[in-house]
Design a protein around this ligand. Structure first.
Ligand code: RM4
Ligand code: MN
Length: 393
């Protein structure tokens, strides 16, 4: 492709792959967010799920590859979900994964589905099942389960009993899934629990999913690991086992920073995308979702930039000369193999993506096109009054 030699037909194939990529944006990225110190309100922020979908539609309009929007319940609770789905479709998008939320209620102080009190566990399970009802009504095929469950102090609760309670709840949700529906189980090392988390890593999530069956898969949130974790290994492993359901993309410098994907470590994102492609995971089965918050930067452009970052990493991963890489690996040519990866990574794929966007009838520069569109000025003027949406609200 590279100006350095990729054939025109090779380039066309890469563009075809990029054209069919789908990246899901999260409804919560459009609302106000912040740290535990301060939420900085922004102008024009949506007041309800309908307005969030309208903002998400702008991201799709300018990138052409972001046609679905993840919901978070109860943040996106509405009276009529079929109506919300229709609204999405009128805007040219659709409802994606339904994210459950059993972490923002006083009852969940000591856990949700792992809580020592059966009444709290019942309430949490009720919410998860309600999320499947919402999937039925919106046509969503994916439920994303993240639990903040864990303990802060040694001895606080019984680690093993909590695993039993977790397994019981997961089995009940699995049972409730309909034809063509699945759940993605998310893990996270720590936070909000600081001593022990009930689903701290991919191994624990994998073991629970394996027991349940094919409708249970693991989702890798790139911000949920210890520093230095080799995430691409996890990706390769899970794909090989048929258990990688998708990604919550974001990037982090320290903890679960939820910054724009590809901002902190674009090389890591490239390595992940390479393993996805290598492992046959570049299909609709593997959900590429963003799970981000834009605390200080404008939100719609933050999402557009993130989508572009995923596209750039994907394009570079598609550029890897797999034959040359395999030959070098066979021959034990360490430097040659490393060079095959690095040549692709160091290629400037922006011209290729600009060309692709023009072929798709889009502006080659989505950031500039959005800025010129006047959408921000319009929402800033229109969305006055009412309560702005936010992840805490
Ligand atoms: C969690 C986790 C979930 C997301 C919430 C907002 O840390 O990443 O996927 O729904 O944050
Ligand atoms: Mn996540």
């Amino acid at each position: 492709m590279t100006e350095s030699g990729q054939s025109e037909s090779g380039k066309a194939l890469i563009k075809d792959e990029l054209r069919r990529q789908r990246i899901e944006t999260p409804s919560w990225a459009y609302g106000n967010s912040g740290t535990r110190f301060k939420v900085f309100a922004q102008q024009g922020v949506p007041r309800d799920p309908y307005e969030k979908l309208a903002d998400a539609a702008q991201v799709h309009r300018h990138t052409g590859v972001a046609p679905t929007v993840a919901l978070h319940i109860p943040w996106d609770k509405v009276d009529d979900y079929a109506d919300l789905a229709r609204h999405a479709s009128d805007l040219g998008v659709a409802i994606g994964a339904v994210n459950s939320n059993v972490f923002q209620d006083d009852d969940y102080k000591l856990g949700s589905v792992t809580h020592p009190d059966p009444a709290v566990r019942k309430k949490a399970l009720g919410h998860l099942l309600e999320c499947v009802d919402i999937m039925d009504r919106t046509g969503s095929d994916t439920l994303k389960l993240w639990f903040s469950d864990g303990t802060n102090y040694p001895g606080q609760d019984d680690i093993r009993a909590r695993q039993d309670r977790l397994a019981e709840a997961l089995a009940a949700v699995y049972e409730r899934l309909g034809e063509g529906q699945r759940f993605l189980l998310e893990y996270k090392l720590f936070e909000p629990a600081f001593y022990m988390t009930d689903l701290p890593d991919w191994g624990a999530a994998y073991a629970h999913c394996l027991k349940l069956g094919p409708k249970a898969q693991v989702v890798v949130d790139t911000g949920h690991h210890a520093p230095g974790t080799n995430i691409e290994f996890i990706v390769a492993f899970l794909l090989r086992e048929g258990k990688l359901g998708g990604f919550d993309f974001n990037s982090r410098f320290y903890a679960d920073d939820d910054l724009m994907v590809g901002a902190a470590d674009p090389f890591q994102l490239f390595r992940i995308m390479y393993e996805v492609i290598r492992g046959g995971g570049y299909t609709a089965e593997t959900a590429f979702m963003l799970d981000q918050c834009h605390n200080i930067e404008p939100k719609i452009p933050g999402q557009i930039r993130s989508v572009m970052n995923v596209q750039e990493a994907t394009a570079k991963a598609l550029l890897v000369d797999r034959d040359a890489l395999a030959a070098a690996q066979r021959e034990g040519d360490v430097l040659g193999a490393n060079a095959a990866l690095m040549d692709a990574y160091n290629t400037d794929v922006r011209p290729l993506l600009a060309e692709l966007r023009e072929e798709m009838g889009l502006d080659p520069d989505p950031m500039a096109a959005y800025a010129r569109s006047g959408y921000f000025e319009k929402i800033a003027a229109e969305r006055v009054g009412g309560a702005q949406a936010g992840w805490g609200a």
